[in-house]
Design a protein around this ligand. Structure first.
Ligand SMILES: [Zn+2]
Length: 417
């Protein structure tokens, strides 16, 4: 079982190997965590589509397998709450990030990357591509979003894209096909933007999941409600025998230089990719008392906590704008939309497993990480050897003992009891 764990961590390390500023995620200390059952690598050549609600060519999940996805972030508190819940269960998700939000909260999207989650994109400003007047506008939304997210992350971003409102258009699909960017719809829409109480949200998701038996689950990390519901959802997934599949990409997305230049003025003040240095290595107290941020350094190789980064928020920072970005109810999306996306050339109708993409030497989805079982994790490390970074935020006066208590304490601090 040791080999199994090593393979998974090597895969994670390989994903971020080109980015020395980010260290591998801390090891899992929870013996009965949900964990990650399988890591798959997606070859995005030709822009394959996933999520059976719209793209039906690649049905890669086994019964009881789920993929966790979060759209529209990053957002203060809610994304951090989602990260804490995922960390507490040692599991991984995919974040479809909005360019403006990423530039507004670069420190949070970097936390997402540091934790080993997969980052895809979700346009620059959450415009519904299908409602834009020209394809140029749609391309700008897609490409500016990719350049912005990559600039904010300061490291690899996956060639994964999700349409706002899930509605595609022939022009934009052809563009994504050409750019070798995979598209993700969903199998199970949580409707978490309706801001139901956490228990109701979890109940709704579990009922849909029981019906379908598996699927890509769509949630939003801009809602505190979602963050609040997530511990319960992950617990129920574990109890009902569901397994999390972590999506990764075979290669990272390439940005287009003209869009990199375009977003540079929005990114003013952000350190250049690869130039990040901990503040304590740049500014050091040599007289008087050193502040806690200097004496209480995070482990070597990791970025400092967000607040300590020498980052000035751009003028376009979307603070307080999250509500505008909330998508309209996905019920408006036609469920039986034609999956025209997969073929790189529009010469033949796309049929499952018969498209030009599917006919390539390898299928677009391959398992790269053998199952990481919770028992294998528990034999690998002593309990308590890994603490989620969020624990640093727990007030010293009320230090809880167990992982569950710690996560609960963070929730209460952010969201109240
Ligand atoms: Zn969205």
């Amino acid at each position: 079982m040791r080999m199994v764990v090593s393979a998974a961590f090597l895969a994670a390390a390989a994903l971020f190997g080109a980015m020395p500023a980010f260290a591998a995620a801390p090891p899992c200390a929870k013996a009965d965590a949900l964990g990650v059952a399988r890591t798959v690598e997606i070859d995005t050549t030709g822009g394959p589509g996933f999520g059976l609600e719209h793209y039906k060519a690649y049905d890669f999940l086994q019964p009881k397998e789920v993929v966790l996805t979060f759209d529209d972030g990053p957002q203060k508190f809610s994304t951090e709450g989602v990260l804490a819940a995922l960390a507490a269960q040692c599991t991984k998700a995919t974040f479809f990030t909005i360019g403006k939000m990423a530039l507004g909260y670069p420190e949070i999207i970097r936390e997402v990357a540091q934790a080993g989650h997969t980052i895809g994109t979700h346009t620059w400003s959450h415009q519904a591509i299908s409602k834009l007047k020209t394809f140029d506008e749609g391309r700008d939304e897609i490409e500016r979003g990719i350049s912005a997210v990559k600039r904010a992350v300061g490291g690899p971003v996956s060639p994964f894209f999700r349409y706002p409102t899930l509605k595609d258009t022939p022009d934009s699909l052809a563009h994504l096909n050409k750019r070798n960017i995979a598209m993700f719809s969903t199998d199970i829409d949580s409707f978490d933007f309706k801001l139901q109480p956490p228990e109701a949200l979890v109940k709704g998701v579990m009922e849909k999941l029981e019906k379908k038996g598996k699927g890509i689950l769509l949630m939003h990390d801009i809602h505190k409600n979602t963050a609040k519901a997530l511990p319960l959802l992950l617990t129920q997934l574990k109890e009902k025998g569901y397994k999390v599949v972590h999506l990764t990409a075979k290669g990272e997305v390439a940005t287009l230089p003209e869009y990199d230049a375009l977003i540079e003025k929005d990114a003013k003040g952000l350190p250049q990719i690869g130039s990040e240095r901990p503040t304590a290595s740049v500014v050091r107290t040599i007289g008087g008392d050193a502040p806690a941020s200097e004496t209480n350094k995070m482990e070597s190789g990791r970025l400092e906590p967000a607040a300590a980064l020498p980052v000035a928020l751009p003028a376009a920072a979307p603070v307080g704008k999250a509500a505008e970005l909330t998508p309209p109810p996905a019920a408006a999306v036609p469920v039986a939309a034609v999956p025209v996306a997969v073929a790189p050339a529009a010469t033949a109708p796309v049929a499952p497993a018969a498209s030009p993409v599917a006919a390539q030497a390898a299928a677009p989805v391959a398992t790269v990480g053998a199952p990481v079982t919770t028992s294998s994790i528990s034999t690998e490390r002593p309990a308590g050897s890994g603490e989620p970074p969020k624990d640093e935020a727990v007030p010293a006066a009320a230090q809880p003992k167990t992982m569950t208590e710690k996560v609960q304490a963070i929730w209460e601090m952010w969201f109240g009891k």
